[in-house]
Design a binder for this molecule. Sequence first.
Ligand code: DCT
Ligand code: MG
Length: 472
Amino acid sequence: MFHAPIVPRARKRSRPAEASAPRREGVKFEDVRLYLVERKMGRSRRSFLTELARSKGFIVEDVLSDVVTHVVSEDSQASSLWAWLKGGPVKNLPVMHVLDISWFTDSMREGKPVAVETRHLIQVSTTPTPMSTVSQYACQRRTTTQNNNKIFTDAFEVLAESHEFNDMEGPCLAFRRAASVLKSLPWTVQNLRVTEDLPCLGEHSMCVIELIASLFTSVFGVGPKTAEKWYRRGLRSFSDVLAEPSIHLNRMQQSGFLHYGDISRAVSKAEAQALGNIIDEAVHAITPDAILTLTGGFRRGKDFGHDVDFIVTTPQLGKEERLLTSVIDRLKHQGILLYCEYQASTFDESKLPSHRFEAMDHFAKCFLILRLEDSQVDGGLQTAEEDRRGWRAVRVDLVSPPVDRYAFTLLGWSGSRFERDLRRFARMERRMLLDNHALYDKTKKEFLAATTEKDIFAHLGLEYIEPWQRNA
Ligand code: DCT
Ligand code: MG
């Protein structure tokens, strides 16, 4: 599973390397993940409080993300804090506690996370959210020189000038007004969702925002941070990036640019089937009784996907990792391996399941780009008319869990939001922890075994739901 979507959408997985993972030794409260808001608190006080909390066994995340459970802020004005939070990337804000420093100090004093009381909560007043109160009139907005949305306002102003040059007053004024609204925001627009309530943003402005927000992240191997860095350096197109001598693309990004056209195009069911045949041949040439299962969107019955996901394992517990590396070698010798990133297993069966939706599982896996020939696909490739190459690049993910974890991986990798809610249901309704590795019952303090997905649903006291009914 990779980061280059067909259409701009949230990255499939955040790489642990990109988010500075908090230290893990001495952690006492697995379920509580703090995030200290630096604004108003200041950097040095924030790092002091971070060290203090970690020394008491708390997990403190360096970056605000969906894994955070408790956001702690000091002296922030509720409305601007909430505006900033809602303008950010987190989707789980509704289930996060947004707390005053008093909760933090109470918890430090007690040496454990104290129960959240009303006095701890930073609540935005019952008036409409700050976004909907942004006036359409500049004379009712406070706009400092701190422009948090220069990325977008630069583009709007260029478009306004070009329309002015062509005597198109209407669009010119529209882009100027849109730029003016974004300049007044105390936070940076991260995606279209947060702009829905803003005034003066018409359809064209929204398109520009979406284009810019996803300009570079649609390249395989380029995340939001790199995209932002390139944009801030004035780069506006792929050719700008490729022509810029100071930019050194890593292997992943090189492949992303090299195969951009192919891997930005949807993969059809027939192409997925053809890839299944290729992987099946490779797997069973190495281990005749190996287990190969199609997962991801195609298992849920989707007709198209942005990649093809498989589970590859072996009935002999512990041999799965060697099987994966042998499959990779075989694909390489067949001359169809265009790119490979292999991640060895870091699975630790003593660790409790993590409820972090975005956490990558610890099983051995590989992210591939494979060359798929037209002749291998029933009905031929999904390529553009003028494309006469006779092949296309396709992204394929392979994950290799130990066979006793197969059911959990199959459930997890069959995915979509359904899986996230299954984990949330387990945690909130059953005091159980579920992830791609295991199911743990916190009441009985034991792991629950499962050889099929149905076993897991039964442990959770849920009616079994077929994969094609999980397109939540
Ligand atoms: N997954 C996971 N852990 C993550 C992210 C995803 O276990 N941190 C699972 C959920 C779905 C599965 O991996 C495949 O991921 P995607 O290919 O991104 O999802 P998809 O449903 O297959 O989407 P698409 O059809 O676009 O490939
Ligand atoms: Mg997929």
